[in-house]
Design a protein around this ligand. Structure first.
Ligand SMILES: Nc1nc2c([nH]c(=O)n2[C@H]2C[C@H](O)[C@@H](COP(=O)(O)OP(=O)(O)OP(=O)(O)O)O2)c(=O)[nH]1
Length: 146
């Protein structure tokens, strides 16, 4: 994603904002929350599986790749959940999409410390990364019908 802003001398300044995509994988009214194992400053905080979109890669393809790498599952990517949330002093945004598991695939925590399926009532029982908090709030009323 490319943004432009006008600097003090009126020059347009271009900078690339990295997009981190996350998958809100929903099954039976529950979403899959994952606890990071690294780096140490965020280890134990909870997130949606996903990661950085690589150059030339679509967001859907990035989610499919990350879910295969991190959880060994195939997913179908659906609609956006919540809004873009700025991270890393504005140099990156978190963008989350609903997703569902394909076939009988069952996630395995290949890179995460722990995984939990959370119902709407249980969303606040884990310590989400700060950027995820508004997205989790947007997800709560949708969860039962995704
Ligand atoms: N995947 C993911 N990352 C999140 C979430 N919320 C949040 O703040 N982040 C942050 C944590 C990291 O600083 C960054 C994503 O980095 P990552 O390590 O998961 O991405 P990646 O798999 O592409 O990593 P790498 O190849 O660069 O090591 O975004 C979220 O819900 N999911």
């Amino acid at each position: 994603m490319r943004t432009e802003r006008i600097s003090g001398d009126g020059q347009a300044e271009r900078r690339d904002v990295k997009v981190v995509v996350g998958a809100a994988i929903v099954a039976d009214g529950r979403v899959l929350a994952c606890a990071r194992s690294a780096p140490p400053e965020v280890a134990g905080r909870w997130e949606f599986p996903g990661g950085k979109v690589e150059p030339g890669e679509s967001e859907t393809a990035a989610l499919v790749r990350e879910c295969a790498e991190e959880l060994a599952v195939r997913v179908e990517v659906g609609d956006r959940v919540g809004r873009d949330v700025r991270m890393a002093h504005g140099r990156a945004v978190l963008r989350v999409y609903a997703a569902r598991l394909l076939g009988d695939d069952q996630p395995r925590a290949l890179e995460h410390a722990e995984m939990r399926w959370l119902s709407a009532d249980e969303l606040d029982t884990v310590d989400w990364l700060p950027a995820d908090v508004p997205i989790v709030a947007a997800l709560r009323p949708l969860l039962a019908r995704l």
